[in-house]
Design a protein. Sequence first.
Length: 739
Amino acid sequence: MLRSFAMNKKSNLKNKKKYNNPKGRRRKKRKSWAFFKAFFVTLFFTGIFICGGIVYYGWTIIQNAPPIEPKSIYEKLEVSSQIYDDKGRLFDEIYYDENRKIIKYEQIPDNLKNAFIAVEDKTFWEHKGFNFRRIFGAIYDALNGGRIGGTSTISQQLARNIFLPESKEDRTIERKLTEMYYAFEIENELSKEEILTAYLNTIYLGYNCYGIDTASRKYFSTEVGELSLEQCAALAALPQAPGEYALLVGDEGEKTVELSKGLYVNDLSEDRRNMVLDLMAEQDMVTQEEADAAKKPAAEFINPGKESAFAQSAFKDYLISRVITDLAAEYELTDEQAESMVYTKGLRIYSTLDTQAQGVITREFKDGENFPDAAGDADVEAAMVICENATGQVKAMVGGRSGKGQMLFNRATSPRQPGSSIKPVSVYAPALQKSLEYAAKGKKFPFVKTGYEKQGKKGYGDYITASSKVVDEKMVVKGEVWPLNFSRSYSGKKTLRTALQLSLNTCAVKLLTQVSIEYSMEMMHKFGVTTVIDDYEEAYNDINLAALGLGAMTEGVTPLDMSLAYATFPNGGVRYSPVCYTRVEDSDGNIILEGKTEETRVLDEGVAWIMTDLLRSVVSEGIAGDAKIEGEMPGGKTGTTNDNYDIWFDGFTPNCSASLWIGTDENITMYAESSKAAALWSRIMSQVEIARGGQYKAMPANVVKKKGEYYTRGTEPKEKKKSDKKKKDDESAGAETGE
């Protein structure tokens, strides 16, 4: 034990000497300094390495970023094209996904500029594209497991929206660094005013509003320059959550006020809107009193623009297709390239549409009382086209009674069986025209004996005229009694005028056999009937009596074609091809297309004048009395197909011609006749302002009136010369009576 104690004491003394030795302490201090020196050196170089790595990483990202051209911002945007009516008023817009119109800096009110700057980027006028404090704070948060967000300046948001659209929802360091680089590039090439204008033209503001102009019109029905302070603040509150904060929604929600069926004011952004106003006051953009006065419920200043009544119209679809076709032809573009121009390049399309006429048709088509019932409660559809006689301009076009959306089935340009409405075009006008042509050559009309009926060549006179006698009698064609009249009876001898007034099928077929199918087909083409099939090699074609005489055509006719064909009569025999726009301008106002129409001389002026008179008598004295218009003298012709699948009225006033079709898409019997179509035609046209008033053309010099009927000169009946025996008898009688 003593030995152990001694050894421990010796050890303790040794240790005590060791620690009390100055040399030992210096060695310890030297070792500690070396450690800290090595630690700090390592840390320093590690920091340099890490920073270098970060710099290299950032540099790599920037180097790999695709180059941008800030001055080409607007070339990358989809800009809506505007459609104007015939009076130059904007009535609709067309676009793919983004409804946007570009406006200039000078058009933007200061309150709107300031509202966005106050809430989105208060240092906008000072920074060079990004805010370092906000950026590094966000990166620090990201490195600690958070997400980068809430750091973007207006310049960065613009860069993201334009040059990083596919990754703009990403919250990564890579995307943020690229965004910062692009913002810097933008700041170097564009002025602050240009940047702010581009930002306000591109920002999404909910409810399919891209840019402040579209939002101003959709939410408030006002131009950007006329926005109130509260409206400016409301728009500036939206970019944070445009889908959630949209000022208009289609469903009832937590803070909504119903405006109309299926449309509500949404005030979820109220708190943020009020914050915008307070920020504007804090930054001396407005006074606090002005800010407080503008803190109103959204329902007090929301005034949504009415959706165009023609946004789903057949006219719009027809117009777009024509502009695309004409652009492709004019500039040697593909259809896809031309379509992209129309939908994304901000074109201004000045159409021929008369919105008042279009509105009348749309309204009357919604009234079920105007339409008959159909078997099985099938949906009864309709289509109507109104065109201007003297120009061929399409003034109104409605392609159906139901359905919403674009590029729907357009019944106004789709063929249906015309029934008797084709007769003036295929039979009666050709008969008078061909007679005039023979008279001009000094030849009589070459009547033929068909063998179908008893009349043969008799009764017509030397030419087919309005007074020619046409016998309504039984006919046997190819061993069958055909055609049948609507009445299933026969009425004997009629004049051509009366036969047309009563729409007698037998008389129409008789006249067609005299005119010839070939001549009738030629005239159909001149009248612009685009759906007629004249190819003998086709299994089904229109080279037959039923198609041209009664309207039992293979494809049928379209309301568009028929309206322009009937316009030929009051227009003096000249037909114009359809035109639906007067000009198209690019976004800078340069004219890139002009609407053109082709003029075709279909009928002699005298023949057209007589046909106009004949068709007016169909309304005033014939079976189309339901088409009468008070104060006007319209003309036209009804049409009904078998089983009442289709009913028509095609007619005109001095100014306009219009074609109306009513039927079902499935060929189902309707419980009505063509008088129903005539009545609706009258109801619509009596309200259409451009159809009222005006005067028909004066009687041409080559038209003569004889015994109450009109003829083109040379076709009128000749006075019969008395025989020599008759002359002698008359002379003897005169001598005996002392005359």
